[in-house]
Every structure is written in C-alpha cells, then in structure tokens.
Design a protein around this ligand. Sequence first.
Ligand code: SF4
Ligand code: SF4
Length: 333
Amino acid sequence: MKAVPKDKLPALLEELSKEGALYVPSQAGDMSRFVPWKSDVKLDLEHNTTMSPKELLFPQTEVIYNYKFGEENTVEPPSPGSDKIILFGVRPCDVQAIRCLDEVFLTRTYVDSYYQEKRDRLIIISLGCTAAEDTCFCKDMGVNPVEAEGADIVIFDLDGEYGFEEKTDKGKEIAIKIASQLKETKKNKPGAPSFSLQVNSEGIVEKLQKMFDHPIWEEVSQKCICCGTCTFLCPSCHCFDINSKNIDATKGFKYRTWDACVFDDYALMAGGHDVRPSKVERIRNRYLHKLQFFQERYGMFLCTGCGRCLRECPVGMNIAAFINRLEEVTVDG
Ligand code: SF4
Ligand code: SF4
C-alpha cells in the first residue's frame, strides 16, 4: 500500500486542491463541518463532523430556477458547476449515507438533476475508522467502519502515516495526480475498532412491520420537542420543501430548503388536511422510515449509525436505545 507521512499531508492536500474544489473536516465556529481546503485550515481527522457532508450534495437552500416576466416569460435553472468536488476524510457511515441519498435521488425512474450534477463531479476519499466514539453504532447498521464501501479512495491511519487504497476508476485517476507524494509502506491496514455502543438490528424490520399501532410510539415520542435538530444533522435525511421568492414584479426564483418530518406542519396539505397531525405519528414515521420502510424499498437502513442525533438531541432521544428496546417488545404472530 502507498502512504504519506502525517506531516506531509498538507502538501498532499495542496496538490489535491489543484484537481477540484477540495473539502476537509474542520472546526467552523461552534461546530465542525466540511470546509474548503486552505493551507491555514485546521484539519480535524480525529472526530466525525457535527454537520454531515450531505450539505455539499444537497444544500440546505438551493435555487431550482430563476424566472422573469415580460414580453417573454423565462425560466432558467442555475448553471451547473464544472469543478470536481473532492471530499477528503469522509467517515464510512457518511459514505453509506451518500449511498442512501443516491438511491433516493438517482434511482427508480426519478432522477433529481440538481443532486445528479453534483454527484457526478464528486470524488469521495474516506477515512477508515480506527476508533469509535461512544455514540457510534455503524457496524450494527450494516456499515463496514474500515473499508467504506462506495468510496473512491479509502485512507487508513497507520500510526505516523496515512495509507491510501484506490477503490474505483475515479479514485485511481485522482491517485495518479498525487502519486509523487505517496511512498510504499510495509504497514498493514488497521483492524475494525471496538464499539462501546452495540445495537441489535437483526429482525427489526419484520418486528416493526407488526408494530404500527403499538403503544411504544406514545412513550418513545413523549419527550421530543420537534426541533428538527436530528433531521438536519442526519447524513441521510433528505426531505425538502419548495418555495418562491419574488425579487420584484418582473423576476424571482424558486428554491428548495431542507424540511423535517418531525415539524408539525410537515404533512399539512393544501385544503388543510394533515396526514400526521400528532407528534406520535411523526416520530413513528421518522423511526419507521429509518428502520423499516427504507429497508423494504432499497434493502438498507436509512440510519447509518453515525450517532449525531444521539449526541445533539436537546432532550436525549436515542434511536440506538430504541432499537435495543425492541428486543423487549413482543408482537403477535
Ligand atoms: S433532535 Fe430530539 S427533540 Fe429535536 S426533533 Fe429530533 S428527536 Fe425531537
Ligand atoms: S438517524 Fe441518527 S444515528 Fe442514524 S444516521 Fe441519522 S443522525 Fe446518524
């Protein structure tokens, strides 16, 4: 395997930044997120970011088209980007979340062109995990915490250096550009980290299929304040709302913004009908989407075990504890 000494990583990143828009994990104000690489950026490869990398593929606010009224009415989508988007240091749970977003935005006859044009330009360089935080449970949600299936390159912390392994043609192409920075190493890949948090996700789809009317939802949803923090931080949540903004009488734009299924007006439709008016129904929907519906449709969980919602929920809602709680639930049939 090829590797770069840790103290030479900034030089490698500088080289990489010549190939496209390079984003790296860093502290930004009171939270961490992927930020554009600059030589004075303080890299944080020790912890996963507070904000997930989904905001680069599916921004919190995104213009869909600009419109003009006049002798001729026009509708113009924003110009597509041309640079490669290189994400460096993405954790395997977040790579898995991008795979979930790919299913939603790119498959089953519907292709979201706004997502697609960014996804086509994306190169994922994932950092295999050597240590799990006490809120991590990716391994039990079907994610390989070391190999990061779906990444173009996986890098490994080899104690003093970072090993590089190309996984796709895109990865090989970009690795050629930084080849002069990499030297052969005799060190082996690290093993899987140990997890202090274990969840048992086996058989939960079948169990949840019988639990739609179970009293557990009343109890589980009780303390949620429907703030939406969990959905905004979640790397795989992808609901959005569409609005218009008139700049003046002749022009304006249509845009989409993140939405959250826990918000009380989320399922409110024209005419005033709300299909999920109660908090219990909304929390049940969130958990079932993560743990049952997405599995049924795409064969994977929509929760990748990144642990962000456990860490940041202001009232301590905990989807991992919920999964483990299911072991105690008995259902008929
Ligand atoms: S972060 Fe916690 S309180 Fe806020 S909506 Fe999510 S579960 Fe509810
Ligand atoms: S539901 Fe929570 S633990 Fe699961 S992927 Fe989303 S933020 Fe991470």
